[in-house]
Structures are given as C-alpha cells and as structure tokens.
Design a protein around this ligand. Structure first.
Ligand code: IVH
Length: 694
C-alpha cells in the first residue's frame, strides 16, 4: 500500500499527465503518446484511486469522458450523455464482466452483441422526421461540437432516412472512421505537398471531421458505422440491440457486417479470436471488440458507473503502437544498393512480438519526422508488416539527442554513397562490387518465384559470397558438390540435393529468367510483359541497348524533345513501360558486364522454350486482372498464379473496381467480402479452369 502522502503526490502527477494527453487527443487531434501509454497511465491512476478512494476528486480524468469541446464549433448538449467503455485486456477480465452481469441479473446466461471496436471518432447524428438535423462529436460526453456541415459530406451518412416508421426524433450513434487505404493515400498526398501527415487512421478521421471548411472534409474518404442510439422519441424501437441494428440498416444506415449475436462469455471469446485472426485483412483499423448485453430491459437494470455502462465492455487487442528508446541507427544495403536507415531500439513488446529493430524508410522520412538518436519514439507493428518508427515523443527528447547522419561511404563495401538531388533514396555506388548487393541479388535470383533453386537460402548465400565462391548468378551453375560439402555444416546428401535443384532450375521460362536478373523496377508483371512482347531474349537485349544509346546521346537535349524521341523506341511500346522503367532496363542491358553474366548463364545451361515468352498457354486471360484468396482444393496459390500469368492474365494483391475476377478457395476472408460488395465475379477453382480454357 502506498502511503497517503506518496499517493497524493503520485495522483497529482498522473492527473496532470492524463489531462495533457486528453487535450492533445480530443482537442488537438494530435496525440503525443500512443494509446497504449495513455491506457497504462489511466490504469495506474485507477489502481491508486482504488487504494485511496478518499482521494478521488470529481475532476479526476478517471471520472470524466473524453475532452472539452473545441470552441471554433458551436456547442451541442447531448440529451442522453455519450459515454465511454470500460476496457478489458485479458480473457479473465471478460469472464469477470460476464460474471458480474449474471449475478446482478440473476440469470444463467446472457446473449451479447459482439462488434468490432473501430478506431475512429464517436459521433451522434440526430434525425428529426427522418431528416438529418444535427451531428455532434462526443466532446466531454455531456457537450460536444456541432459538426453538422462536415458530417453531411460523408456519403455513408443518409441525409434522409429510407423506408418509414422512424421515430420523430432519432439520434444515431456510431463511429466516423477512415479506411486504411484512404489513410495511406491521404498521407501520401500530404507528404507530396510537403504538409504534416497524420500518425494513424483514428487521428486522421478526427482531424478530417473537425475542419472548419467542410470542403476539406468532403475531400477526405470518411465512412460511418452505426452502433447505438441517443435520444429516441417516441421510443418504439425493438427490445434488443441486434434487432435495433437491423432496423437502422433498413433505414439506410451502415451497420458493420461483422456484428454477431452470441451466447455467453465463450461466444464472446470465440468472436474475439476470430476477429483477431482477421484483423489485418479488415479494411479499417480496430483496436478491439465490444461486447454489449443484447436485451435492452436488462441494460436498464444494469445501469451505469462513473464513465461507462455496466452492460458493455471493450476487449482490447494487443497494442500495435508502443513507446521505446531509439539507441542507434544503422544503414542496411539492399539489392539495388538503396541504403535503408534502420532503428536499433530498446526491445519492446508490440503487436504481439518483441521488436528491437524497425525501419525508418529513408532519410527524407527521418528528416521530416525529425527523429534523433536517444529519442523516445513510437514504434508500430501491424500484422506481418515490418515494424516502423512512426514518430517522436518530443517532450521526452533528452538534451544530447543526436541527428541521424547519412554515411558518406557504404557500410558494407566502402564505396561512395550517392543521393541524387531531390531523391529520398541514397544508394551505394559499388554495384556488384558491394557484397551486400551481391548477396541480395543472388537471393533474389534463387527465390521461388525467380529461378526457384530449392535449398539455396540466405545463410548459404552469405557464405558463398563471403568466400568469393559466387560473385555473379552465373557462378551458381559452376559450383560443384565438393565445394558445398566443404562448407560448414553441409553433409554430402544435402550437397547432392542442392546440386539437383540447381540442375532443375536450368529449365525455366523467359519471364522468370528476366525477373530473376533483378533489374531495378522490373517485377514479375513487367518481366512477363517484356517476355510476351519480345518473345526472345536477344530482341529485348537489342531494344535495351538501343534505348540506352539514344538516351545517352540525347543527354543534354531539352527533356521534352528527348522524351519525344525515346517514346518512339520499341522498348516503350511494351504495355505498362514508362520512361522510368525503360531507363532502368536500358541501363541494365547497356552494361557489358551484365550482358556477359547473361551469356554465362546460358552457357551454364539455363534455357527456356524458344519463342514462347510468357505465352506458354493460349492467351485466354489477356487484359484480365484476377485476385486469389483462400485455399484452393488442388493447387497452391503460386501454381494458380503461374497458370493465370501463362494465360496472359494479371494477378493483383487486392480487390478493386478494376478486378475482373476473384478466385476464392476455402477460408477466404476480406477479399471475398470486398468482391461481393463491389459486385466482382467470384470463381472457385473449377470456374478458373473453365475460364482458362474458354
Ligand atoms: S459503444 C455506451 N460500440 O469506443 C457505449 N463504441 O471507448 C458507447 N467505439 O466512444 C460506445 N466501436 O468511439 C461502441 N462498436 C462500438 C464501437 C465503439 C468503436 C468507440 C467509440 C466510443 C469508444 C468507447
């Protein structure tokens, strides 16, 4: 137990901090610390107040909901206060919540409505006689801001309710949010315009809604989900939350399709696990799920405590953003020589794993975010995405924090580092002299979707390059089984297996081979397009060299005139190849060293069906874009992808209006849903096979 004096002292400090964070979060939409830090401080405050209840003051942040209203907007008093939710972090907290409810109600089992907890901004929309009359933010729960003009610009919010039978006054409550895609696109736009970016979609939604100029709000991709009610007059609505949501849906309001009615706490926990597993695939950010007692009469019986109802709880997911200290910055050299600043962090548990390295993307980002060594930073890890540093907690910057400096020499090979004027990326100029670039080129060359050399993995490649046994991809085909068996920890059997897979990889396609060469900006799709267009490697080589020759000749010409001439060359006639990619292809084939490696590879036995290009099958899917999702019954996703590519089709990673078909197997998730929403044709494996033959 903390002594009373210590507790008073500590309480004052905690309250001050929380008040400050509340202000930054609710009033400025610009939080300094991640939510996880706010939650931690709040829990500390609540625990201390529980120990010393006599020290609780009415203005303690634990007793309040949200923050004060921003005065620039008119004030709206909520007829029914907008409350907050109690948080649960562990399954045991949820069991406790359910136990308390069953005890109070004296019932055996409770039905709950389970909903994703969207990370956006709570809003109350008032309809009078079916017409949108007013919209307000939560504010401090009792009084919010009038954001009617801005909410009217959100397309998902009906200005007039559909159908009939709505009460004279109907206040719909829900969340305004920005989908992940919209958030990324907006931040990209803001970066390009040199403006301040938002740290997360929640922030962005809030910042976008609270614009004084509704035209700005209108330009932001905001959406809305309804999940509750405020004032309803006369109250003729169904007696269950789930039925009420159905009613709202019928009146044209958007209700989350992931909402489920379940029985008991086990139903809740199963829902939590299911949504948790699909979290990254959802098109919006969520920070947990919400369980609500479904029966309204029971809710009334349960009532409220200080800031939240007893009949609902938010079950949070592990935080995806945490604070930690940036100890140092290293630079990693990629396949094309790009230097990526990498943060070395004080290890921190975030997004379900311990993270000690995170990407800083490039020097522009480091400078824009003003990240310094010694800073306390916010690290984000969402799903399988590489952890990244999203920002600095400025108030925690120590005196001696040092700026991050781009090294003048490559940390791997010592060659000059160049960063062309106006470009974000700095590169090592060492090319294949640089071991880091060589290693990664070889890794790329051997990868499954390139030459597919099974067993030639990262560790082995490191050894081969370090001992100078492999300098270029062509050297792979000169290796002998004895060489492998001499390498550390490789038995004779494994050495022979590896020799076999090297041998097997020689039979390939032109498209795979081109992709394997690792020409900057030439991914699988471009490699396929090149193979299809040229059919033969020699033709492409010639086109590349011709392009490079003309480009160098035009070097000092007026860029417009140069582009006019370059556009006429064969290389630019290939679908999807613009000046940037053409320049890379030209530069690659223009180098005699690269042409020599290609010749050596062919001498070493690498071959592909003559004249076929990518066109191994009839081009029944030419011009079509497909998306694969879920598990197919008789082939892997890679096999399906190859089939589609060989029939002239394209495979995209996400569903959009431009998608022609979605091929769905079992356990297909959000992509299937998105296809249904957009009305994209959905096929199963058999349907795909029929399409290939049509
Ligand atoms: S119900 C009295 N349902 O979470 C119950 N809230 O911490 C009030 N939120 O202010 C809220 N998704 O901004 C509810 N399905 C959902 C929600 C949700 C997100 C937010 C909302 C609220 C906060 C409570």
């Amino acid at each position: 137990m903390t002594s009373r004096r210590d507790a008073e002292h500590k309480l004052r400090a905690l309250r001050e901090q929380l008040q400050r964070h509340n202000y930054r979060y609710y009033v400025l939409d610009d939080p300094e610390v991640p939510d996880s830090e706010y939650d931690r401080l709040m829990r500390e405050l609540q625990a201390l107040e529980a120990e010393h209840p006599e020290l609780i003051t009415p203005d303690s942040p634990s007793q309040r909901v949200g923050g004060a209203a921003l005065t620039a907007f008119g004030e709206v008093r909520h007829a029914v206060p907008m409350l907050s939710l109690e948080n649960a972090f562990e399954a045991e907290d949820v069991r406790e919540f359910d136990r308390r409810i069953r005890e109070r109600l004296e019932v055996e089992e409770v039905e709950y409505s389970c909903e994703p907890k969207l990370d956006g901004l709570a809003i109350s929309i008032r309809y009078e006689a079916g017409l949108l009359a007013r919209a307000a933010t939560r504010g401090d729960g009792a009084t919010g801001e009038d954001v009617t003009a801005n909410v009217r610009t959100i397309k998902a919010v009906p200005l007039q309710l559909l159908g009939k039978g709505w009460p004279r006054v109907l206040e719909v409550r829900g969340e305004v949010y920005m989908p992940k895609k919209g958030f990324e696109a907006l931040n990209k736009r803001l970066t390009e315009m040199g403006e301040k970016t938002y740290v997360n979609p929640r922030n962005t939604a809030a910042g976008s809604l609270r614009q004084l100029d509704p035209r700005i709000t209108a330009s932001r991709p905001l959406e809305f989900y309804a999940y509750g009610l405020g004032e309803v007059e006369p109250d003729t609505l169904p007696g269950r939350h789930s039925e009420m949501l159905e009613k709202l849906r019928g009146w044209g309001l958007r209700v989350n399709r992931e909402t489920r009615r379940v029985k008991g706490v086990d139903g809740c926990l199963a829902y939590y696990a299911d949504i948790g597993a699909r979290r990254d695939g959802l098109p919006y950010e969520i920070d947990g799920v919400v369980y609500k007692v479904d029966r309204h009469d029971w809710r009334e019986e349960l009532g409220f405590v200080a800031r939240a109802p007893r009949w609902a709880v938010a079950h949070k997911f592990p935080a995806q953003e945490m604070m930690t200290v940036l100890n140092s910055v290293d630079f990693q050299v990629g396949r094309t020589g790009a230097l990526t600043p990498t943060a070395r962090l004080e290890p921190v548990f975030v997004g379900g794993v311990t993270v000690s390295n995170a990407t800083l993307h490039n020097m522009d980002e480091v400078e824009r975010k003003d990240i310094r060594i010694g800073d306390t930073v916010i690290v984000r890890r969402a799903g399988d995405v590489i952890p990244e540093v999203v920002g600095v907690v400025l108030p925690k910057r120590p005196k001696g924090a040092r700026k991050v400096k781009l090294p003048k020499k490559c940390p791997v090979c010592g060659s000059e580092v160049v960063r062309p004027e106006g470009e974000a990326v700095a590169r090592c100029s060492g090319g294949l002299f640089c071991a880091a670039q060589r290693k990664q080129l070889i890794q790329h060359f051997a990868a499954r979707r390139a030459m597919d050399i099974e067993g030639l993995g990262e560790k082995l490649i490191d050894q081969l390059v370090e001992q100078e046994l492999v300098r270029t991809p062509a050297d792979i085909y000169r290796l002998k089984a004895e060489t492998f068996s001499e390498l550390e920890r490789m038995g004779e059997k494994s050495a022979q297996n590896l020799m076999d897979s090297i041998e097997k990889s020689k039979d390939t396609t032109l498209a795979r081979f081109l992709y394997a060469l690792g020409i900057p900006d030439v991914g699988e799709t471009t490699a396929g397009d090149l193979a299809l267009h040229f059919g033969e490697l020699e033709a492409l080589e010639e086109a590349g060299m011709a392009y490079e020759k003309l480009r160098l000749k035009l070097g000092d010409e007026d860029p417009k005139e140069a582009e006019k001439q370059l556009k006429e060359l064969d290389l630019r006639k290939v679908e999807g190849i613009g000046p940037r990619v053409a320049e890379q292809i030209g530069a690659f084939f223009g180098q005699a060293g690269n042409r020599k490696v290609i010749a050596d590879l062919r001498k070493g036995g690498v071959r592909w069906p003559a004249g076929a290009g990518r066109a191994a099958g009839p081009q029944t899917l030419a011009g079509k874009t497909l998306v694969l999702t879920g598990t197919l019954p008789s082939m892997t996703r890679d096999q399906a992808k190859d089939l589609i590519l060989s029939h002239g089709g394209k495979v995209a990673g996400s569903v959009s209006k431009k998608t022609d078909y979605v091929v769905a197997g079992s356990e297909a998730g959000s992509k299937l849903k998105e296809a249904e929403r957009l009305g994209v044709t959905i096929l199963d494996e058999a349907g795909l096979m029929r399409l290939l033959q049509s």
